[in-house]
Design a protein around this ligand. Structure first.
Ligand code: NAD
Ligand code: ZN
Length: 361
């Protein structure tokens, strides 16, 4: 058996106020007068105090990101072209010395994608898959402002393309630096805080209950799970710190294991009906009590405690063609089902099983 040779983020800063050290981090990369940095920032932060703290210098480029939809290949291609046009007009075609992704999972993934595409021609859709990226990315930094996805730790950037929702998975995708500042996630609206936070909780349930589990993934997954319990069941005073670390450790756990049934269903929901990842996971997880009895029971306690709105009866207007597409998308995620059932998954994951689960959402 060959074991995974797992690339991790080499540099990280953690702690309240750590965002202000971004300037120092970038000073190391800025070596000559025409060096410049590209900031890709969730537009939710425009006109907020954080915008005024971005260490932007003359000649840098700042682009506000529209994350209404989760990142599409077309969008990251357009952003890459925008940076290249700027480079051609003002910088003799020179790449930026760093690309910063500042925001939630969507903005972090956009930061990774643009840094990769600046050095890998041909458009994002041609790199959706595993290890298709040929050249190292531009130096890139991830700074989460909402926690749960683990995108700060992972080797993928999840993109919706013309024919699939699939990441650009590669060692080059991994951030060169992350800054985890719990101040930045304070004040996220409650429902969104919960949906994105549950992404982390669900990663842990799926990894810990899965057939791919090993002591590496368990070590991170169990700690991340304990932190999720403190955050979502106990209102711990240091919840922001704890959720931020839970997200990072959940990401580390998944990197050496795999997600499961909830993510398989949620990818179908998101690809066909456009549900965002966090809320889609919550909707899917709520029908999975046969798969994860304890995990789902605790999840329902968390939903009740925080008075969260979970959409119900979402299949009422779905056409047969859409249902079939969701089933196909979900059934196609072989490693996820392998992690649920082991190698005999193909006999178990029938269209009838999936239709039954989707119909209850
Ligand atoms: P998101 O980035 O889409 O953000 C959700 C909402 O929260 C947005 O409206 C955003 O503007 C807002 N927001 C962000 N920070 C805020 C703040 N500080 N205050 C107020 N509002 C704020 O959501 P997400 O759940 O973090 O990320 C989902 C995306 O991450 C999906 O595209 C999913 O596919 C991807 N994902 C990636 C990985 C990975 O390993 N790369 C893993 C899981 C999910
Ligand atoms: Zn997830």
């Amino acid at each position: 058996m060959k074991h995974r040779n797992f690339k991790t983020v080499p540099k990280m800063i953690f702690g309240r106020g750590a965002f202000d050290q971004l300037d120092d981090v970038l000073m190391v990369e800025r070596k000559s007068a025409d060096d410049y940095v590209v900031f890709l920032v969730d537009e939710i932060h425009k006109d907020k105090p954080l915008a005024g703290r971005i260490p932007q210098q003359d000649g840098d480029m700042l682009i506000w990101l529209d994350v209404t939809d989760e990142p599409k290949t077309k969008y990251v291609d357009a952003l890459t072209e925008q940076v290249q046009a700027y480079a051609k007009a003002h910088k003799n075609g020179k790449d930026p010395v760093s690309v910063i992704g500042l925001g939630g999972g969507s903005s972090l993934d956009i930061g990774k994608a643009v840094a990769l595409l600046l050095n890998n021609p041909g458009g994002a859709a041609s790199y959706q898959g595993w290890d298709l990226i040929k050249n190292p990315a531009v130096h890139h930094v991830g700074i989460p402002t909402i926690s749960g996805t683990g995108a700060e730790a992972s080797r993928t950037t999840v993109l919706t393309g013309p024919d699939k929702k699939l990441g650009m998975n590669s060692d080059y995708t991994v951030f060169d630096q992350i800054i985890m500042d719990p101040d930045l996630i304070a004040g996220v609206p409650k429902n969104q805080w919960f949906y994105t936070g549950m992404d982390c909780y669900i990663h842990n349930v799926e990894a810990l209950e899965g057939t791919y589990i090993n002591e590496f993934a368990r070590a991170f997954g169990e700690k991340s799970m304990a932190l999720c319990h403190q955050v979502f069941l106990e209102d711990h005073p240091e919840s922001d710190e704890k959720l931020m670390m839970a997200s990072y450790m959940g990401g580390q756990s998944i990197a050496y294991s795999q997600v499961g049934a909830c993510h398989a269903l949620s990818y179908g929901l998101s690809y066909v009906l456009g549900y965002h990842h966090g809320i889609g996971n919550c909707i899917a997880f709520n029908v999975l009590e046969d798969f994860y009895p304890e995990g789902v029971a605790t999840f329902r306690k968390m939903v009740a405690k925080h008075n969260i709105d979970l959409p119900k009866n979402i299949m009422k207007d779905v056409t047969e063609a859409q249902m079939e597409k969701m089933i196909r998308t979900s059934q196609g995620l072989a490693p996820l089902w392998d992690n649920v059932y082991g190698p005999s998954w193909k006999e178990k994951v029938t269209p009838e099983l999936l239709r039954g689960l989707f119909s209850r959402m």
